[in-house]
Write a protein that binds this ligand. Structure first.
Ligand code: ATP
Length: 269
């Protein structure tokens, strides 16, 4: 049973998205066990987050990309439950404002990358600039095509300066998207999430898959790898993402700073 869905940087160029199943059940068939492992790892994550914050030297950036209804909001909500909100910052990137469009496309991104000690979570990201921008033909091909290189260099800079980057593509099937859109229609408490624009985007499904595929081929690097996460079963998706985070943060191994003063002599009056 594989525990990783890493897009190996050395093999990324020949990646085919159709070779990746969106079905978590292919990897894990026991939901209760998966949920128990997830909760256990989340407890560990809560502890590591505190150490990362106290150490104040490194930072972690988690990037989430997916087609609409792919589960970005859900996975973020699940992994962050119980984590000290002071140490994490979730950034959602919407259609750029006029102010943002007047600058280079990485400007709004760089401004909100995590400071030392912090965990940054991107709900959508600079990858929209090679996804929606490509599919909707918002700029000419020559313009979005050179962005893969910009992005790799930008992420290299962040990495070199102390930010570990993990990128998750939440992979769901076309049929699963239909179910999720339908459930938004059926449940009045989800009506606010229903956007007719999502139906238009659904018609562009194939174009999006081509854009996602090329994104994965060109931007999975040693310093900022992509993981293709099977997204149809939410419980598996959550676990798969958490396993990657935990493996990485164990490797980062943040430590509480050593206190040199002799605290035993201090008397609080
Ligand atoms: P979620 O991200 O949780 O699905 P949403 O889709 O409800 O939220 P919206 O208010 O629709 O959120 O904003 C996200 C929209 O912004 C998406 O349609 C996305 O394609 C678009 N967007 C994000 N970045 C860019 C960009 N650089 N250029 C053009 N459109 C962008």
């Amino acid at each position: 049973m594989p525990t990783t869905h890493l897009v190996h940087p050395q093999q990324a160029a020949s990646l085919r998205l159709k070779d990746f199943t969106p079905r978590g059940r292919k990897f894990h068939d026991n939901r209760a066990e998966a949920e128990a492992e997830f909760r256990e790892l989340r407890r560990e994550f809560i502890d590591w987050q505190e150490r990362l914050y106290a150490e104040d030297k490194q930072s972690l950036l988690l990037v989430f990309q997916a087609i609409d209804t792919g589960g970005k909001d859900g996975v973020i909500r699940n992994i962050l439950q119980g984590v000290n909100p002071q140490g994490v910052r979730v950034e959602s990137f919407k259609v750029p404002t006029k102010h943002e469009l007047a600058r280079d496309y990485l400007w709004r991104i760089h401004k909100v990358t995590p400071a030392s000690g912090m965990i940054g979570i991107f709900n959508r990201s600079h990858y929209e600039d090679v996804l929606v921008v490509r599919v909707d033909e918002l700029v000419p091909e020559a313009v979005w095509r050179r962005r893969y290189e910009h992005i790799n260099n930008f992420e290299r800079l962040l990495h070199d300066e102390g930010t570990r980057i993990l990128k998750f593509f939440l992979h769901i099937s076309h049929a699963q998207q239909r179910k999720r859109l339908q459930s938004r229609l059926d449940d009045p408490t989800k009506h606010w999430k229903f956007d007719e624009g999502d139906l238009e985007k659904r018609q562009d499904w194939d174009d999006y898959m081509v854009a996602f595929e090329e994104m994965l081929q060109r931007t999975s690097t040693d310093h900022a790898p992509w993981y293709v996460i099977p997204g149809n079963q939410k419980w598996y998706r959550n676990l798969a993402v958490m396993r990657v985070i935990i493996d990485t943060i164990r490797e980062m191994n943040p430590q509480y700073p050593e206190v040199t003063a002799d605290l035993s002599q201090i008397k609080i009056k």
